[in-house]
Design a protein around this ligand. Structure first.
Ligand code: NDP
Length: 328
C-alpha cells in the first residue's frame, strides 16, 4: 500500500502530540484533485491546531496545515491537469479536511487556484494565508475608497505574519505606515519593510477613551480586544479598520462612538471561506505588487520535522514574519 510522510494528530484527552509518520494513501479524504505538496507554511492558526490551544481540529486523525502549494498529480476535474502548479488556503483544510503538512493531499478542485504567474511555490507559501489575508485587508480598505492621500495607516501585531505583509503592502502602495509592535527590538526590521513610525503595543493595550485623538485614516488589526477598540477610537473621520485577527483576544470592549460620531467603519475580513474570485484577485495583486526583497527579508525556511516546534513558537509570539515549510 502506498504511503507518504505527514504530521498526524490523533484524538487525545489532553494536549495533542502531533507526530511525523507514514500515512496510508488509501486514508486520504474525498476530492477530485490529488496534489503533491511541495511547500506549506506555519500560520498562527496552525500553531493553535498543533498545540491544541484552540479547537481548530475537528476531525481525527488530522493532518494539520491550512495552506499548501504543490503540483497536481491526478485530477478528474476539467479545471486541473497533472503538472499544474496550484495553491490552497483554508476551506477547512487542517480543520475538518486532511491538511497540508504532508507530501500529498486530496482536495476539491473548487478550493484550488492556479499559482499566479510570477510567483514561485515557495513565495506563495512565504505569503500563505497570512499574506493573502493582509491583501484581503488592503482590498477591503480600498473598496471603502481609502487611499494614502486620506492619511496614515496603522498595522497592529506588525512583526507577525499578517502584520509584516500588511506593512510591506501598505508602504508599497504609498501609505504612511505606523507599525504597532510589542517587540521594540524589531524596529529596524519593520522600518525595512516600509514602516514610517513605530507605535508600542502597550500604547494601544490599555483601556482608552471612547474617542481619542484622530491619528490614522485606516487600520489593519490582527490583535482584536482592547487594541482594536483603541485603534477604532483614534481613526479619523470617515476612516476604516480592517479587522482580521485575535492575537490579543476575541473580545471587543469598544463603544459605538467612532461609528456614530466619526463615520468610522469596521470591516470584517475572513480568509477561510472567501469566494474564489476574490481569492484570485488577492493573489494576483500579491504577485504583482509585493516587493520580493521584502518578502525574503521576512521569511525563514524550515523542514517538516521542525513544524511542531514552530507551532509552539508562533502561539508564544516568538516568530517574526513568515515561515515556509519545504516539503518536496
Ligand atoms: P503571528 O503570531 O505571526 O502574529 C501575531 C502578532 O500579534 C504577534 O507577532 C505579535 O506582534 C502580536 N501579538 C501576539 N500576542 C499579542 C497580545 N497578547 N497582545 C497584542 N499583540 C499580540 O500570527 P498571524 O500573523 O499568522 O495571525 C495574526 C492574527 O490574525 C491571528 O489572530 C490569526 O488567527 C488571525 N488570522 C485571521 C485570518 C482570517 O481569516 N480572519 C487569517 C490569518 C490570520 P508584535 O510582536 O509585533 O507585537
Amino acid at each position: 500500500m502506498a504511503s507518504f510522510k505527514a504530521i498526524v494528530i490523533e484524538k487525545t484527552e489532553g494536549a495533542p502530540s502531533p507526530i511525523l509518520r507514514d500515512f496510508d494513501e488509501a486514508d486520504l479524504m474525498e476530492g477530485d484533485v490529488t496534489v503533491r505538496v511541495t511547500h506549506s507554511t506555519v500560520n498562527y492558526k496552525d500553531g493553535l491546531a498543533l498545540t491544541g490551544k484552540a479547537p481548530v481540529v475537528r476531525r481525527w486523525p488530522m493532518i494539520p496545515g491550512v495552506d499548501c502549494a504543490g503540483i497536481v498529480e491526478s485530477s478528474s476535474s476539467p479545471d486541473f491537469r497533472p503538472g499544474d502548479h496550484v495553491i490552497l488556503n483554508g476551506w477547512g483544510t487542517g480543520e475538518t479536511h486532511l491538511g497540508a503538512y504532508a507530501e500529498k493531499t486530496r482536495v476539491k478542485s473548487d478550493w484550488l487556484i492556479k499559482l499566479p504567474t510570477g510567483l514561485s511555490a515557495a513565495d506563495a507559501m512565504a505569503l500563505g494565508t497570512a499574506g493573502y489575508t493582509a491583501m484581503l485587508c488592503l482590498l477591503a480598505l480600498e473598496r471603502h475608497d481609502l487611499r494614502p492621500e486620506r492619511g496614515p495607516a496603522i498595522v497592529t501585531g506588525a512583526a507577525g505574519g499578517v502584520g509584516s505583509v500588511a506593512v510591506a503592502l501598505l508602504a508599497g502602495a504609498g501609505w504612511h505606515v505606523l507599525a504597532s509592535t510589542g517587540r521594540p527590538e524589531e524596529e529596524a526590521y519593520l522600518r525595512g519593510l516600509g514602516a514610517a513610525e513605530i507605535v508600542t503595543r502597550a500604547e494601544l493595550a490599555e483601556k482608552g477613551r471612547p474617542l481619542g485623538k484622530e491619528r490614522w485614516a485606516a487600520g489593519v488589526d490582527t490583535v482584536g480586544s482592547t487594541t482594536l477598540a483603541n485603534v477604532l477610537s483614534m481613526t479619523r473621520y470617515g476612516g476604516a479598520v480592517a479587522a482580521c485577527g485575535l492575537a490579543g483576544g476575541m473580545d471587543l470592549p469598544a463603544t459605538v462612538a467612532p461609528f456614530i460620531l466619526r463615520n468610522v467603519a469596521l470591516l470584517g475580513v475572513d480568509s477561510v471561506m472567501t469566494p474564489k474570485a476574490l481569492r484570485e484577485q488577492a493573489w494576483g495583486r500579491l504577485a504583482r505588487d509585493l516587493d520580493r526583497g521584502k518578502l525574503a527579508a521576512m521569511t525563514r525556511t524550515i523542514r517538516l520535522d521542525e513544524v511542531v516546534q514552530a507551532g509552539r513558537d508562533i502561539v508564544e509570539g516568538k516568530v517574526r514574519g513568515r515561515l515556509v515549510v519545504e516539503i518536496a
